[in-house]
Design a protein around this ligand. Structure first.
Ligand code: C2O
Ligand code: CU
Ligand code: CU
Length: 474
């Protein structure tokens, strides 16, 4: 992407929160002294007919993010974040979600193609000590997706406390691609989040009007739930699957020595060809897969960091081993979706203007209202959604139940690394982004799909709308 921030070298700078840490004698672990955590890959029960059944349990817990004190958290089958659900295209899956929290919650399968009544949204909430079972078939491209709560007006807070996990889909292309694939060895998930703590080391979410308008941002960064971790890798090419799992913070990821890397996938598919990059911009909700060659770093270390905040997030120690060479595949997939449209001008256009003014967040002049269906879409029809951001602040616009492609960004082409299938797109200030989108799964007015800004405080405050997808012929 052209958009460069003030590029400073992401050498770790000391944190301002050390001040409160001193007062309360709360100590951080020594920087980069804790190993990166790798979420478990959840084992399904496989039934005779091939159905894969997964169990998720949302629960309260606590975690020692800081050295001598525990922080109250939420987790899914673990004390913070959740396991990775990993499936193949074509799998029929069943997921049992048990809510062991003291409040309502629900899980949404971000980026997945499925009927509205199989998805979790604000209209489907699971009471405490109750469970919800959903079943659907995986029929979409290999990529790194994720899941998180979508509780009415509480998504931001519940994600902040720790509810989120990765959902990885593999398919023919990804299985045969000559890419690093060994989980936790050279295929490494990185869930990037920021948090702030109060002086008792509890998460500080409770927000002010400023937090709602600007989004809640923390000054402490977590990678897979660990503050400033390290990993040890061999001198070879590594694949990172990166999720910006933050509530509102945008990142410009890069390596401390400014080395180039290749982006190979966006939210919902591979790119057709790897795209060479020096920095990677990700908004909340977005994912990217990147490939970086570390074979020259035998017995050395570098940092993976964020140039916006000037923070190093992860230290990468390269082992003293024989280096392994890697040849990057030149073609990853062919994206045929949305390519054979003869007449763009014949497509239905819907305009979504993102509104943000003193104390008001909405879309097309309306706040999210659970009893109001904003749009009615016909099943299987390709449309152009025009997202207008007349303000200054960028908003990541996300649509449920589909994957789309960018048609234009202020009348220009999408950036090279955005030319994958996506489910979340950044709409910068004063920008108009057009996307081509098609919905192949139904959603009723009882369980409609959502479109919204993925800054979770904006979503919770009403920058969201609902739509149904119905068969036109009925
Ligand atoms: Cu990840 Cu409705 O969102
Ligand atoms: Cu979503
Ligand atoms: Cu927003």
């Amino acid at each position: 992407m052209q958009r460069r921030s003030f590029i400073r070298i992401a050498i770790f700078t000391s944190l301002s929160t050390q001040v409160f840490a001193k007062e309360k004698k709360i100590k951080f672990y020594k920087s980069f002294s804790q190993e990166l955590n790798f979420p478990d890959v959840l084992k399904p029960t496989i039934h005779k007919n091939g159905l894969k059944e997964f169990n998720l349990n949302l629960k309260e817990s606590q975690v020692s993010f800081l050295q001598n004190v525990k922080t109250k958290t939420y987790g899914i089958n673990s004390s913070f974040l959740g396991p990775i659900i990993k499936v193949q295209r074509g799998d029929e899956i069943k997921i049992n979600v048990l809510n062991s929290l003291k409040e309502k919650s629900v899980l949404h399968w971000h980026g997945l193609h499925l009927e509205g009544n199989c998805d979790g949204g604000p209209n489907r909430s699971i009471d405490p000590n109750s469970s919800w079972t959903t079943q659907f078939k995986i029929n979409q491209r290999a990529a790194t997706y994720w899941y998180h709560p979508h509780t009415h007006e509480k998504t931001g807070e519940q994600v902040f406390k720790g509810l989120a996990g990765l959902f990885i889909i593999e398919d023919k292309d990804s299985n045969k691609a000559d890419l690093p694939k060994e989980y936790a060895v050279d295929d490494i998930p990185l869930i990037i989040q920021d948090r702030r703590f109060d002086n008792k080391a509890e998460f500080l979410y409770k927000y002010s009007m400023h937090d709602v308008m600007m989004g809640v941002k923390g000054n402490i960064f977590l990678v897979n739930g660990v503050i400033r971790p390290y990993i040890n890798v061999s001198p070879k090419t590594i694949r990172f699957r990166i999720l910006n799992g933050s509530n509102s913070r945008f990142y410009s990821f890069e390596f401390s020595d400014k080395r180039g890397f290749y982006q190979i996938a966006g939210d919902a598919s591979f790119l057709e060809k790897p795209v060479e990059m020096k920095s990677l911009l990700l908004a909340p909700g977005q994912r990217a897969e990147v490939i970086v060659d570390l074979s020259d770093l035998k017995n050395k270390s570098i940092y993976f960091g964020d140039s916006y905040s000037d923070e190093s997030l992860l230290k990468i120690n390269v082992k003293d081993e024989k280096e392994q060479k890697f040849i990057l595949p030149s073609n990853l997939t062919k994206i045929h979706e949305y390519t054979n449209i003869k007449d763009l001008s014949s497509l239905k256009r819907r305009v979504f203007t993102l509104n943000m003014s003193m104390g008001f967040l909405g879309i097309n002049g309306r706040k999210m209202d659970m009893s109001y269906i904003n749009e009615k879409v016909s099943l299987g029809e390709t449309e152009i959604w025009v997202i207008k951001n007349p303000g200054r602040m960028p908003h990541p616009f996300h649509i449920h139940g589909c994957s789309f492609r960018i048609l234009s960004r202020n009348k220009k082409q999408a950036y090279l690394n955005e030319r994958a299938l996506l489910d979340t797109v950044i709409v910068f200030g004063n920008e108009i982004v057009e996307v081509l989108v098609q919905f192949n799964y139904k959603a009723s007015k009882e369980y409609p799909f959502m479109y919204h800004c993925h800054i979770l405080e904006h979503e919770d405050a009403g920058m969201m709308g609902q739509f149904t997808v119905e068969d036109k012929t009925i």
